[in-house]
Write a protein that binds this ligand. Structure first.
Ligand code: NAD
Ligand code: 44H
Length: 488
């Protein structure tokens, strides 16, 4: 069977390289590169994307072997109807391997037509590292690579303000645009790149914070043979995502002229303040994902869809979202109810297998950023603990024991965190530590939660009680018990 590449594919238009994209991952390809394709089809945007990898990865070579082409399946509800469609995305012109072709990167910095820089380097990507040097080819961290790129551009156009860029990071970090600009300026100062360059960063470039939303489980490992047979060609970069999408970009109104999304059907908004969109999305959608993961997985389920359609898990998720997360959010109640309803429907998407284990990556820091604010707000508002969220936190501690029955759980978190939990659970198993001791030690750890959670009234005893119940009767029975006593 033939592989997908330009020789085996129909003729298609090649557009000027107007976008530099840091990240070859599933999400950016199913979201940004798809949006660029829509813009090219429906407007005079006329732009293609050059992809660079933020870390060493052989995916960039695979992207070039396929001439930037890949197949995107978009599956889910659209305008109230089920839609299952696929298309070849043609908007990527090429990938540059920064580790072998750094010169090409420097050359791109001098191209007049380049205007946008987009990134998604996970929550770990926007960081400063004093080890990075301008002379490194490439600097190790993403903001270091970006600073170097902007400096080459500044030099190529002798500091001319009309050749700056619009920089839109997509990392799920609060104020990602401002944060990225801060780190770029930190590198500029650290590398002594001069006041003229720093002024050019401020005057010629626009850093926009942005919020992205589309569930992208990625490569369809489960159904690859079936999909390959349907397509009639091999595609190693196939990606599956849902139909729903939202991109909220915080920036000046004139960006609408350069990114002509109006009238294209794209749910991309250019706004003055994205805070309300971010808070509700992170707390409801990501919060529910992160909270359901240890509970459902320990219960014996594997995917989001199974969980939301399950009698007890479904109830757990609905109660958690509607009675614990939503009441802590600001905004018109009808809008919040509509949004949470839509999220629950998206979780039910029958086409998509979204594995809990893939969501479980770095669950401790995710609980901290996505669910802890809800817990704190709930306690502040009501003076009581949110019992579903506390049950989820209890299951999270149990999840990090690393066992589902006799199975080992492939935990994915940073090694210090994994070691911390392993040591504590071993002590409990060897009767050197009581459950309450484990709970107190974990909840008091400021490195995990950025605060001492034992200061929250009754939290230690509630989590200890849950864990003792789980030890005695298992997560299944413990959850059933919680459902029975909560819904009378
Ligand atoms: N998949 C989704 O449903 C979805 C939806 C919205 C947002 N996101 C966000 O997108 C990010 C990537 O998701 P994906 O599904 O594309 O994953 P992926 O594994 O396909 O891609 C990960 C990308 O991040 C880069 N990366 C990883 N760690 C990095 C680090 N420390 N520094 C710099 N770059 C790093 C990789 O090189 C790669 O380009 C996630 O952090 C997630 O929060 C994902
Ligand atoms: O991608 P992560 O690992 O940060 O989080 C897992 C999911 O919650 C996330 O990918 C959502 O599906 C996504 O944020 C939806 O827009």
């Amino acid at each position: 069977m033939q592989k997908l590449n330009k020789h085996n594919y129909k003729e298609y238009a090649i557009y000027p390289e107007r976008i530099l994209q840091f990240g070859e991952g599933n999400f950016l390809r199913a979201f940004v590169d798809w949006q660029v394709q829509v813009l090219n089809e429906k407007t005079d945007f006329n732009g293609s994307v050059v992809v660079v990898q933020p870390r060493r990865s052989e995916k960039i070579e695979r992207l070039n072997q396929q001439d930037g082409l890949f197949t995107l399946f978009l599956q889910g509800m659209k305008d109230g109807k089920p839609v299952d469609e696929h298309m070849v995305i043609e908007s990527i012109s090429r990938g540059i391997n920064l580790f072998t072709n750094y010169e090409q990167y420097k050359e791109l910095a001098g191209k007049k037509e380049l205007r946008f820089i987009i990134s998604n380097t996970t929550e770990a990507g926007i960081v400063f590292d004093p080890e990075d040097q301008l002379e490194d080819q490439p600097p190790k961290n993403f903001p270091g690579k970006l600073t170097a790129f902007l400096y080459y551009r500044f030099q190529a156009f002798s500091g001319d303000d009309s050749h700056g860029c619009i920089i839109i990071p997509c990392e799920l970090i609060e104020n990602n645009g401002e944060r990225l600009k801060e780190v770029v300026l930190q590198y500029a100062n650290y590398w002594n790149l001069g006041d003229d360059f720093i002024n050019w960063i401020h005057d010629a470039n626009t850093f926009c914070s942005s919020l992205v939303d589309r569930i992208v489980p990625g490569f369809p490992l489960d159904s690859i043979d079936e999909k390959t047979a349907e397509l009639g060609y091999k595609d190693e970069l196939m990606v599956v995502g849902e139909q729903y999408h939202l991109w909220v970009i915080e920036g000046p109104g004139w960006i609408k002229d350069e990114l002509p999304v109006k009238g294209t059907g794209l749910n991309t908004l250019i706004v003055d303040d994205l805070t309300p969109y971010r808070v509700r999305k992170v707390r409801i959608l990501n919060g529910a994902h992160t909270a359901m993961t240890p509970v459902s997985y320990l219960y014996g389920l594997d995917t989001v869809e199974e969980s939301v359609n399950h009698q007890e898990l479904g109830l757990f998720i609905k109660e958690l979202v509607e009675n614990e997360i939503v009441p802590t959010l600001d905004g018109p109640p009808e809008e919040l109810a509509a949004f949470s309803n839509e999220v629950l429907n998206r979780f039910m998407n029958p086409y998509i297998k979204h594995y809990l284990l893939s969501i479980s990556l770095n669950s401790i820091s995710k609980f901290s950023t996505r669910n802890l604010p809800t817990l704190l707000d709930y306690v502040k508002q009501s003076g009581t603990l949110p019992k579903w969220l506390v049950f989820s936190l209890s299951c999270l501690l149990h999840f990090y024991r690393g066992k589902r029955g006799d199975e080992d759980i492939p935990l994915q978190d940073n090694p210090e965190i994994l070691q911390f939990f392993q040591t504590l659970w071993e002590k409990v198993d060897q009767h050197e530590l009581h459950m309450e001791g484990l709970v107190k030690t974990v909840l008091a750890d400021k490195q995990l939660w950025r605060m001492d959670l034992t200061s929250i009234p009754n939290l230690v005893s509630a989590v200890t009680t849950n864990l003792l119940t789980i030890e005695q009767i298992g997560v299944k029975e413990a959850l059933k018990e919680l459902c029975r006593t909560s819904i009378k």
